[in-house]
Design a protein around this ligand. Sequence first.
Ligand SMILES: NC(=O)c1ccc[n+]([C@@H]2O[C@H](COP(=O)([O-])OP(=O)(O)OC[C@H]3O[C@@H](n4cnc5c(N)ncnc54)[C@H](O)[C@@H]3O)[C@@H](O)[C@H]2O)c1
Length: 329
Amino acid sequence: MVNVGLVGLGYWGPNLLRNLVTNRRAGRVVICDRDEGRLNRIGERFPNCERTLSFSEMVNSRDVDAVLIATDVSAHYPLAMEALAAGKHVFVEKPFADTAEKAGEMADKADSLGLVNMVGHTFLYSPPVIAIKGIVDSGELGDIRFITSNRVNLGLHQKDVSVIWDLAPHDFSMIFHWLDAEPTFVEAFGSGYVIEGIPDVAFVNLRFPCGAIANVQVSWLAPSKLRKTVIVGSRKMLVYDDTEPYEKVKIYDKGVDVIEPETFGEYHLAYRTGDIHSPKLDSFEPLAVEMEEFLRCIETGSTPKTSGRSGLGVVRALELADASLASGR
Ligand SMILES: NC(=O)c1ccc[n+]([C@@H]2O[C@H](COP(=O)([O-])OP(=O)(O)OC[C@H]3O[C@@H](n4cnc5c(N)ncnc54)[C@H](O)[C@@H]3O)[C@@H](O)[C@H]2O)c1
């Protein structure tokens, strides 16, 4: 059994907590928030959890083996470094840190101490994203040519991070995972229309070593919720619509083949439109699997699918997107 401490009981922390307390690998659970009202409100819903206002007290307790951090992004690095210095395994919500330098330091320190470090890229534990990874790896789509992704809604404007840092970690983590690669080129275009200086709409272009390109659109300013990803391969195409209650993933047997010319310059194009297939997906809560992965890796000494290093890769791309926004390049 792993004894855990969770800091940050705002919007997201209670979702982690709900899945921690029901996990058979979790022993003692301590919860922490510097906001006393919030700590007590959540504490009443989870009466078996011990409560503390002091992160240092929690992290230095001998009865805590691992710490989960679900605070605002700016606190991820100082809290994670304090937990690692106290010899605790760490789970840090996405984005892993607010700079690539800090993310690298966190991953290096954890690895050098032999401690599990994991980032909350929750989508990588969701049934459609797992199924798509299997489909891409099987070669069914052929070579991946491009990916487009829309994550827009009339969303909650954050005061400390741009829409890129808030929403793009989801798309970046999925695309990097499917392609098993990080981008070699990042370019962003965006604007802040509601709060000056905080971009609330952004279009990010990426290029990968395999030749695939991607376009990720994120916004808190849109009339309806879109969560749609299209993957175009040399053999087939795939659409993942996370707003669909059923049939979230559809594979289209569509494409264009170039017929070799019989005489120089007389090539033909053959358009293919075949069947549309929607694979049956498993049904489980991604967060439950994410918590299981963290606790299992601590017990077995394995590396999580969403390790701190993968968190670093995403932060690196976020930072490059910011730099591109600032410089216009
Ligand atoms: N994985 C996902 O799908 C997902 C979804 C939403 C949010 N998140 C991430 O979760 C994190 C938290 O987001 P949120 O929307 O819940 O934020 P929030 O502002 O609602 O809550 C943050 C909480 O942390 C507490 N806190 C901050 N610093 C502290 C400290 N030093 N000691 C004790 N308590 C402290 C605050 O009092 C607050 O209660 C962010 O990193 C966010 O990106 C992840």
